[in-house]
Write a protein of this length. Structure first.
Length: 185
């Protein structure tokens, strides 16, 4: 069977608007196509021919950024819920911390809050600015809440505990906070 050169095939496609197809038994048939269909086929072919898959270094850089974000989210989440963390630091670690300053300061003065600790079991980046956080809280070393789902939010380059996550915990305490209503939680 005779092979056409690329130049001959392109000339054939632009002048005859038929695409040759091999059939069983060595026969050939030319399928008629409109010029619009040819343009679409050519565009898609060009797209696939020029689109290079992400190289190993690009994938490595993405994974490294993801791991870095996950580590930062985990550290900030643990710090936010730690009884040893100052109220000022907790306010800085919360999405709209200044709106919750009074609640955070009141909690920080409670002896019970000094024994709270968090353990993050999983961080899943859901977008470039949001992540789901799976965590548990202990009180005096004893489990208080297990396998809780929260959300971290990236604001101005810093990962914060999402307002809705904090408001969800306040709701469990039956603590009505105006900032939670403003946050839509």
């Amino acid at each position: 069977m005779k092979q056409r050169s690329t130049r001959a095939t392109l000339r054939f496609m632009t002048t005859n608007t038929r695409i040759p197809t091999d059939l069983p038994g060595g026969q050939r048939r030319a399928w008629p196509l409109s010029r619009g269909a040819l343009a679409v086929i050519a565009s898609v072919s060009l797209l696939f021919a020029t689109a290079a898959p992400a190289g190993a270094s690009e994938v490595s850089a993405i994974r490294s950024a993801d791991l870095s974000s996950q580590a930062k989210i985990t550290a900030d989440w643990v710090a936010f819920f730690s009884g040893a963390t100052s109220a000022a630091r907790k306010i800085a670690l919360l999405q709209n911390g200044k709106s919750f300053a009074k609640v955070i300061e009141d909690q920080a003065s409670s002896p019970l809050s000094k024994s709270v600790a968090a353990k993050v079991s999983k961080v899943t980046l859901t977008s470039s600015t949001k992540a789901n956080v799976r965590y548990s809280l202990t009180l005096g070393g004893q489990p208080a809440l297990s396998n809780v789902q929260g959300q971290a939010i990236l604001i101005s380059g810093s990962w914060k505990v999402g307002d809705r996550s904090f408001c969800g915990l306040l709701a469990l305490e039956q603590d009505k906070v105006p900032a939670c209503s403003a946050a839509g939680a």
